[in-house]
Ligand binder design. Sequence first.
Ligand SMILES: Nc1ncnc2c1ncn2[C@@H]1O[C@H](COP(=O)(O)OP(=O)(O)OP(=O)(O)O)[C@@H](O)[C@H]1O
Ligand SMILES: [Mg+2]
Length: 371
Amino acid sequence: MTSEFAVEMRDVVKRFVTPEGHEIAAVDHVTMQIKNGEFFSMLGSSGCGKTTSLRMIAGFEWPSEGEVFIEGRPMGHTPPFQRKVNTVFQSYALFQHMTVYQNVAFGLEMEGADKSEIDKRVKRALEMVQLTGMERRRPRQLSGGQQQRVAVARALVKTPDVLLLDEPLGALDLKLRKEMQLELKALQQQLGITFIYVTHDQEEALTMSDRIAVMSKGRVQQLATPVEIYERPVNKFVADFIGESNFFEGRIKSISKDEAVAHIPALNTELKGLPMSRDFVKGEDVAISVRPEKIRIVENKTKGDGLFMAKVLTSVYIGSDTHVYLDLEGIRLKIMEQNRISRLDPSSFYSKDQVVTLMFMPENTLILKKD
Ligand SMILES: Nc1ncnc2c1ncn2[C@@H]1O[C@H](COP(=O)(O)OP(=O)(O)OP(=O)(O)O)[C@@H](O)[C@H]1O
Ligand SMILES: [Mg+2]
């Protein structure tokens, strides 16, 4: 391979004029570099520009500005069939009147490959997605998950270097989706090809990806590993979109090397020793964020550094965890506690209006850009 990157989008803009006559930037100065062999996801809510980005990589759409590179080569107006990428579309778009075998063979037949070559490759592709034995069925004689696998086999049969997958599991129920997530991930690792995967499901992206681009309104908000995105979101949008967060308004009081002191007016307090991963300035208004599982309810009944008294609003038992909603100086907080000990006694659970002590650990308390 000629380039470290399988695919690169360099400062890509895509503008559309809508039928209503408005010009919109569906993709707005997006830059991302996708490494060879990587499982890369684009994650964002409906309309944020995921499909449009994928279509530009595939060649079904051309950028208004910027450039798409595949293996280091600028694609310009190269048509889809001349790109070493293949797409599994948002709707699987299987041919209903054809058998599984014919669906998978179709692309190769169009290319004029010879019959024995086609047969070998179709069988191999069906084996990869564990559909051997179902060659003669038609799509409607398959479950949703099996149809999805036909769509993957159809894309894999052409041995692309890069597979583009647009919400391929969207139509499946939760349990099957989770199984297919692990299967697709295993397949990707086994084949060693690059997957560019589009989803609006954050858990799916966290489960499967080596790296994720979190998108909003046509822009990339953060591009990082799942751990970095969850533990060190770059701004309030990402912290809110990925997982759950409690937010406070704050202001930076002082900064030393990689730690800061933040004042939180609503709590009339300062939080010290907060990690700083970005360039903030003294006096800056910021969002302070703490994940629900990272606040602890402790026995200690005194106030002190990082300790706060709060009142329980409700406590919800959900089996594996208990979700406790609290009032802290008028701010509503959510805390999640794992139910590590099996117990039935009602008095062992939090009750409404109970006053508890919360502990915020500095390393779990993040300073974020407000937007
Ligand atoms: N051909 C088009 N003409 C005009 N507007 C378009 C066109 N294609 C997409 N758009 C608009 O561009 C924006 C991004 O669309 P896109 O399909 O990329 O979103 P998405 O992130 O894939 O969303 P979803 O999760 O719903 O599939 C949307 O506002 C959409 O309405
Ligand atoms: Mg889409």
